[in-house]
Design a protein around this ligand. Sequence first.
Ligand code: ATP
Ligand code: MG
Length: 599
Amino acid sequence: MKLAQETPSKNTTEEKTPEKKKTGRKELIKKFPVKCNLEEYATTYDTFTWEDARSEISYFQDGKVNAAYNAVDRHLTDGRKNKVALYSVDAAGQVQKFTFQEIHDAANKMGNALKALGIKKGDRVFVFLPRVPELYIATIAIAKIGAIAGPLFSAFGPDALKDRLQDSEAKIVITNPALKDKLDAIKKDLPDLEHVVIVGADKKKLGKGELSYEDLVTGQSSELTCEKTDPEDPLYLLYTSGTTGKPKGVVHVHADIIGHHMTTKWVLDLRDDDIYWCTADPGWVTGTVYGIFGPWSNGASVVSYEGRFDAASWYKVIDELKVTVWYTAPTALRMLMKAGDDVVYEHSLDSLRHILSVGEPLNPEVVRWGMKVYGLPIHDNWWQTETGMQLIANLPCNPIRPGSMGKPLPGVYAAVVNENGEEVAPGELGKLVVKPGWPSMLRTIWRNEAKYQEYFKIPGWYFSGDNAWKDEDGYFWFVGRADDVINTSGHRVGPFEVESALVEHKAVAEAGVIGKPDKERGEIIKAFVVLANGYTASDELLDDIKEFTKKQLAAHAYPREIEVKASLPKTRSGKIMRRLLKAWELGLPTGDTSSLEDD
Ligand code: ATP
Ligand code: MG
């Protein structure tokens, strides 16, 4: 395996800062912090234990801890009560601000209302809302009373909703009039659902079991004693993205907050003067952990944006709120790259100081493009719904190697192993595993203990289901999902390296790669590509793309077949579903498609 070139992280990128390219924009001058929250990786890695993090978290007596208390209540007495906790930008770009005191009061009212409806510790309360303030307030309210929060992405269709609400036996769903229709379609199949709470309801139209959110909270006290939850009491129940199969209901607990807090501090590097925007919806783990609990536990100001993706609107959010730290995903970054450089240079973006990405492999080409147009390296990091926090990351204090996920965080031991759980030599491909015991590790799969046990099938390890390799210096490199590995002429090839080579071609905006059965070679590599703006498919272009990738990859790893598609099948969280590309190609059953994005 070849190592990509290192890209300096911390304060050494200025020489790569581009000259002013277009009019309307000053030269990019990136202000790097003099210090990062985690300054010294090696020493911290060698000495840190999770016990050391206890002092960062507020505990009740007898070691009880509540994540919502840490996220909100404690800031009422640490000097931050009038600090903006949430900048909520609606779809039209209007901004509403909420201080920690205001979030506290609103969440307490909602917590009292839920209690009055009979919600008790351990009950599941699901939130099916767009990114409006009530989504954040309700999540805190649910956690404060010890109930289990179930975030649901607002773009879910009735089937995806039904799977989750049935499986979790949810008692309440908090939604709005526009989304309620989807719920109505499946209500008859949800015997445990007692109430539907509607934000902005037309009170004349409330049906059986339906309640107005505003009526519920009106008259409630803003005083609420936070439930003294045990560290092992469930905090949230979140379903995985469904990229590789049916989504799994992952159970996380209040003790997770230690992991949320420390990783936010180290990886996102948040300080008191930051304005932080996590573009992920809380319906996905990134949006819950790093859009709510992690940043708020650190007392940071969080931005939420209700609108849909488009490059100009996103850059406008950054400029208007002076976002300093921006956490997003490869799919969004690829779309931004596709939108072109001009729209970047029409905006200032000079408030940004730290950019991060998670959720899928981040193609080196995207990192290089980020350096060019934002003047900043994009910090990839790896984790899963199940891991509950970032485990491997490009920390601000370490140089970046574009294409690598970075190094394990202090307190985390990650390794690449063979089938028997033995660590393989640097450079060798194997299974990415982690030593169990980090604070935010999943506690079970909801009503499916057998599935939970599968994560520990290699003794002594948590089995991630991803393939990777580690280099001599301890950087981890993602290869693909264990199920996606392609066996061609006796070689194992991960789709990621092929896809990354493809997107380096100027005509390719996105690529998804699969193994296609072949008599002679076992499998051949087939690529599906979406062309960049301004390109049309032709035999010459496809040959050119093939030749181009051939030069970048080992001889066996280039795609023998390339097919142009208008779009690639993705989960609603934006991940390429290679298993669908394969099923379609081979005419096989498609399996669970409830996570498939349909617009
Ligand atoms: P499902 O488990 O239902 O198939 P999923 O694995 O996509 O869905 P998530 O928990 O949202 O559900 O995603 C975790 C996975 O995303 C990881 O196992 C990995 O395959 C991928 N991933 C996350 N971050 C990165 C990254 N930085 N680089 C490469 N892959 C990543
Ligand atoms: Mg997974």
